[in-house]
Design a protein around this ligand. Sequence first.
Ligand code: PRP
Ligand code: URA
Length: 209
Amino acid sequence: MGNVYVLDHPLIQHKLTYIRKNSTGTKEFRELVDEVAGLMAFEITRDLPVEEITIDTPVTKAKAKTLSGKKIGLVPILRAGLGMVDGILRLIPAAKVGHVGLYRDPETLKPVEYYIKLPSDIEERELIVIDPMLATGGSANDAIHSLKKRGAKNIKLMCLIAAPEGVEVIKQEHPDVDIYLAALDEKLDEKGYIVPGLGDAGDRLFGTK
Ligand code: PRP
Ligand code: URA
Protein backbone atom coordinates (compact mmCIF):
# COMPACT_ATOMS: atom_id res chain seq x y z
CA MET A 1 0.00 0.00 0.00
CA GLY A 2 1.32 3.48 -0.85
CA ASN A 3 2.62 5.59 2.00
CA VAL A 4 1.16 8.95 3.02
CA TYR A 5 3.71 11.50 4.20
CA VAL A 6 2.56 14.73 5.86
CA LEU A 7 5.52 17.12 5.68
CA ASP A 8 5.27 18.63 9.12
CA HIS A 9 8.15 21.11 8.70
CA PRO A 10 7.81 24.46 10.55
CA LEU A 11 8.45 26.53 7.40
CA ILE A 12 5.90 24.55 5.38
CA GLN A 13 3.30 24.77 8.15
CA HIS A 14 3.86 28.51 8.70
CA LYS A 15 3.48 29.32 5.02
CA LEU A 16 0.48 27.01 4.67
CA THR A 17 -1.31 28.96 7.41
CA TYR A 18 -1.03 32.15 5.32
CA ILE A 19 -2.06 30.26 2.17
CA ARG A 20 -5.24 29.17 3.98
CA LYS A 21 -6.15 32.67 5.28
CA ASN A 22 -9.08 34.24 3.48
CA SER A 23 -7.40 37.67 3.67
CA THR A 24 -4.33 36.54 1.67
CA GLY A 25 -4.49 38.14 -1.79
CA THR A 26 -3.65 36.60 -5.16
CA LYS A 27 -0.04 37.83 -5.37
CA GLU A 28 0.91 36.63 -1.90
CA PHE A 29 -1.03 33.38 -2.34
CA ARG A 30 0.85 32.59 -5.56
CA GLU A 31 4.22 33.38 -3.98
CA LEU A 32 3.50 31.22 -0.94
CA VAL A 33 2.31 28.25 -3.02
CA ASP A 34 5.50 28.53 -5.07
CA GLU A 35 7.66 28.58 -1.92
CA VAL A 36 5.88 25.66 -0.26
CA ALA A 37 6.15 23.60 -3.45
CA GLY A 38 9.93 24.13 -3.38
CA LEU A 39 10.17 23.15 0.27
CA MET A 40 8.09 20.03 -0.37
CA ALA A 41 10.30 19.14 -3.34
CA PHE A 42 13.27 19.17 -0.99
CA GLU A 43 11.60 16.40 1.05
CA ILE A 44 10.14 14.43 -1.84
CA THR A 45 13.56 14.10 -3.49
CA ARG A 46 15.25 12.85 -0.32
CA ASP A 47 15.69 9.33 -1.74
CA LEU A 48 17.14 10.30 -5.15
CA PRO A 49 20.20 8.16 -5.86
CA VAL A 50 23.63 9.81 -5.76
CA GLU A 51 27.01 8.65 -6.98
CA GLU A 52 30.54 9.62 -6.10
CA ILE A 53 32.69 11.40 -8.66
CA THR A 54 36.17 12.84 -8.47
CA ILE A 55 36.51 16.61 -8.85
CA ASP A 56 39.24 19.21 -8.62
CA THR A 57 38.64 21.85 -5.98
CA PRO A 58 40.98 24.90 -5.99
CA VAL A 59 42.93 23.03 -3.28
CA THR A 60 43.01 19.35 -4.21
CA LYS A 61 41.30 16.41 -5.83
CA ALA A 62 38.23 15.25 -3.89
CA LYS A 63 35.51 12.65 -4.05
CA ALA A 64 32.10 14.31 -4.04
CA LYS A 65 28.47 13.31 -4.53
CA THR A 66 26.33 14.08 -7.54
CA LEU A 67 22.82 13.04 -8.57
CA SER A 68 23.18 9.81 -10.49
CA GLY A 69 20.99 10.83 -13.37
CA LYS A 70 17.52 9.59 -12.38
CA LYS A 71 15.14 11.33 -14.75
CA ILE A 72 12.31 13.31 -13.17
CA GLY A 73 9.05 14.43 -14.75
CA LEU A 74 6.63 16.90 -13.21
CA VAL A 75 2.98 16.56 -14.15
CA PRO A 76 0.84 19.44 -12.93
CA ILE A 77 -2.92 18.95 -13.13
CA LEU A 78 -4.30 22.08 -14.82
CA ARG A 79 -5.00 24.66 -13.74
CA ALA A 80 -4.06 24.85 -10.12
CA GLY A 81 -1.09 22.46 -10.36
CA LEU A 82 0.69 25.10 -12.47
CA GLY A 83 1.17 27.18 -9.33
CA MET A 84 3.54 24.55 -7.92
CA VAL A 85 5.73 23.98 -10.99
CA ASP A 86 8.27 26.80 -10.81
CA GLY A 87 9.07 26.26 -7.12
CA ILE A 88 10.03 22.67 -7.90
CA LEU A 89 11.86 23.48 -11.15
CA ARG A 90 14.14 25.89 -9.28
CA LEU A 91 15.48 22.87 -7.39
CA ILE A 92 15.28 20.33 -10.24
CA PRO A 93 15.83 22.44 -13.36
CA ALA A 94 16.45 19.43 -15.61
CA ALA A 95 13.00 17.95 -14.93
CA LYS A 96 10.67 17.67 -17.92
CA VAL A 97 7.12 18.93 -17.49
CA GLY A 98 3.99 17.19 -18.79
CA HIS A 99 0.48 18.58 -18.39
CA VAL A 100 -2.85 16.93 -17.70
CA GLY A 101 -5.88 19.18 -18.15
CA LEU A 102 -8.80 18.21 -15.94
CA TYR A 103 -11.63 20.14 -14.36
CA ARG A 104 -14.16 19.00 -11.84
CA ASP A 105 -17.73 19.19 -13.10
CA PRO A 106 -19.38 21.41 -10.47
CA GLU A 107 -22.60 19.31 -10.48
CA THR A 108 -21.28 15.74 -10.54
CA LEU A 109 -17.81 16.53 -9.04
CA LYS A 110 -16.47 14.06 -11.64
CA PRO A 111 -13.26 15.04 -13.46
CA VAL A 112 -13.41 15.87 -17.17
CA GLU A 113 -10.10 15.50 -19.07
CA TYR A 114 -9.57 18.14 -21.78
CA TYR A 115 -5.81 18.05 -22.45
CA ILE A 116 -2.77 15.83 -22.07
CA LYS A 117 0.81 16.36 -23.25
CA LEU A 118 3.66 14.34 -21.75
CA PRO A 119 7.40 13.83 -22.23
CA SER A 120 7.95 11.00 -24.76
CA ASP A 121 9.94 8.86 -22.30
CA ILE A 122 7.57 8.84 -19.32
CA GLU A 123 8.11 5.13 -18.73
CA GLU A 124 11.75 5.88 -17.79
CA ARG A 125 10.98 8.82 -15.53
CA GLU A 126 10.02 9.21 -11.92
CA LEU A 127 6.85 11.28 -12.28
CA ILE A 128 5.63 13.71 -9.63
CA VAL A 129 1.96 14.53 -10.16
CA ILE A 130 1.24 17.92 -8.60
CA ASP A 131 -2.02 19.55 -7.58
CA PRO A 132 -2.64 21.77 -4.56
CA MET A 133 -5.90 19.98 -3.66
CA LEU A 134 -6.81 16.29 -3.24
CA ALA A 135 -10.52 16.49 -2.43
CA THR A 136 -12.72 13.60 -3.65
CA GLY A 137 -9.59 12.25 -5.32
CA GLY A 138 -11.33 12.04 -8.69
CA SER A 139 -8.95 14.37 -10.55
CA ALA A 140 -5.70 12.86 -9.25
CA ASN A 141 -7.08 9.34 -9.70
CA ASP A 142 -7.96 10.05 -13.34
CA ALA A 143 -4.64 11.77 -14.01
CA ILE A 144 -2.68 8.83 -12.59
CA HIS A 145 -4.75 6.31 -14.61
CA SER A 146 -4.03 8.39 -17.74
CA LEU A 147 -0.29 8.36 -17.04
CA LYS A 148 -0.23 4.61 -16.37
CA LYS A 149 -2.21 3.95 -19.57
CA ARG A 150 0.60 5.75 -21.42
CA GLY A 151 3.35 3.70 -19.79
CA ALA A 152 4.26 5.51 -16.56
CA LYS A 153 5.64 3.10 -13.96
CA ASN A 154 6.97 5.24 -11.16
CA ILE A 155 4.62 7.91 -9.82
CA LYS A 156 4.45 10.09 -6.70
CA LEU A 157 1.60 12.45 -5.86
CA MET A 158 2.29 15.82 -4.22
CA CYS A 159 -0.54 18.03 -2.91
CA LEU A 160 -0.72 20.88 -0.45
CA ILE A 161 -3.94 19.79 1.26
CA ALA A 162 -5.92 16.54 1.14
CA ALA A 163 -9.20 15.30 2.53
CA PRO A 164 -9.26 11.78 4.00
CA GLU A 165 -11.73 10.77 1.26
CA GLY A 166 -9.25 11.65 -1.51
CA VAL A 167 -6.35 9.90 0.19
CA GLU A 168 -8.47 6.74 0.51
CA VAL A 169 -9.32 6.77 -3.22
CA ILE A 170 -5.66 7.02 -4.23
CA LYS A 171 -4.61 4.34 -1.73
CA GLN A 172 -7.25 1.94 -3.06
CA GLU A 173 -6.79 2.67 -6.78
CA HIS A 174 -3.03 3.21 -6.81
CA PRO A 175 -1.37 1.33 -3.94
CA ASP A 176 1.98 1.84 -5.68
CA VAL A 177 1.79 5.66 -5.44
CA ASP A 178 3.25 7.46 -2.41
CA ILE A 179 1.38 10.64 -1.41
CA TYR A 180 3.16 13.75 -0.08
CA LEU A 181 1.06 16.42 1.66
CA ALA A 182 1.57 19.62 3.60
CA ALA A 183 -1.66 18.88 5.53
CA LEU A 184 -4.34 16.23 5.88
CA ASP A 185 -7.56 18.08 6.68
CA GLU A 186 -10.79 16.99 8.40
CA LYS A 187 -13.36 16.32 5.67
CA LEU A 188 -15.20 17.46 2.54
CA ASP A 189 -18.25 19.71 2.70
CA GLU A 190 -21.45 19.06 0.72
CA LYS A 191 -19.99 20.89 -2.32
CA GLY A 192 -16.83 18.78 -2.29
CA TYR A 193 -14.62 21.52 -0.80
CA ILE A 194 -11.95 20.55 1.68
CA VAL A 195 -12.66 21.69 5.26
CA PRO A 196 -10.97 23.80 6.58
CA GLY A 197 -9.00 23.86 3.30
CA LEU A 198 -8.12 27.05 1.44
CA GLY A 199 -11.11 27.49 -0.88
CA ASP A 200 -10.76 27.12 -4.65
CA ALA A 201 -7.04 26.81 -5.35
CA GLY A 202 -7.27 27.71 -9.06
CA ASP A 203 -9.37 30.81 -8.42
CA ARG A 204 -7.10 31.99 -5.63
CA LEU A 205 -3.94 31.43 -7.72
CA PHE A 206 -5.20 33.12 -10.84
CA GLY A 207 -7.55 35.73 -9.37
CA THR A 208 -10.68 34.32 -11.06
CA LYS A 209 -14.09 33.74 -9.52
C1 PRP B 1 -9.43 21.54 -8.28
C2 PRP B 1 -8.05 21.11 -7.79
C3 PRP B 1 -7.99 19.67 -8.17
C4 PRP B 1 -9.40 19.22 -8.00
C5 PRP B 1 -9.50 18.46 -6.71
O1 PRP B 1 -9.39 21.78 -9.64
O2 PRP B 1 -7.00 21.88 -8.32
O3 PRP B 1 -7.53 19.45 -9.50
O4 PRP B 1 -10.22 20.40 -7.92
O5 PRP B 1 -10.77 17.94 -6.56
P1 PRP B 1 -11.08 16.38 -6.61
O6 PRP B 1 -10.05 15.69 -5.76
O7 PRP B 1 -12.46 16.30 -5.99
O8 PRP B 1 -11.07 15.94 -8.02
P2 PRP B 1 -10.67 22.34 -10.44
O9 PRP B 1 -11.50 21.21 -10.96
O10 PRP B 1 -11.39 23.33 -9.58
O11 PRP B 1 -10.02 22.99 -11.71
P3 PRP B 1 -9.02 24.24 -11.81
O12 PRP B 1 -7.68 23.79 -11.34
O13 PRP B 1 -9.04 24.52 -13.28
O14 PRP B 1 -9.57 25.37 -10.99
N1 URA C 1 -10.74 21.99 -5.36
C1 URA C 1 -10.32 23.12 -4.75
O1 URA C 1 -9.72 23.99 -5.39
N2 URA C 1 -10.57 23.27 -3.45
C2 URA C 1 -11.22 22.33 -2.72
O2 URA C 1 -11.41 22.53 -1.50
C3 URA C 1 -11.65 21.16 -3.37
C4 URA C 1 -11.40 21.01 -4.69
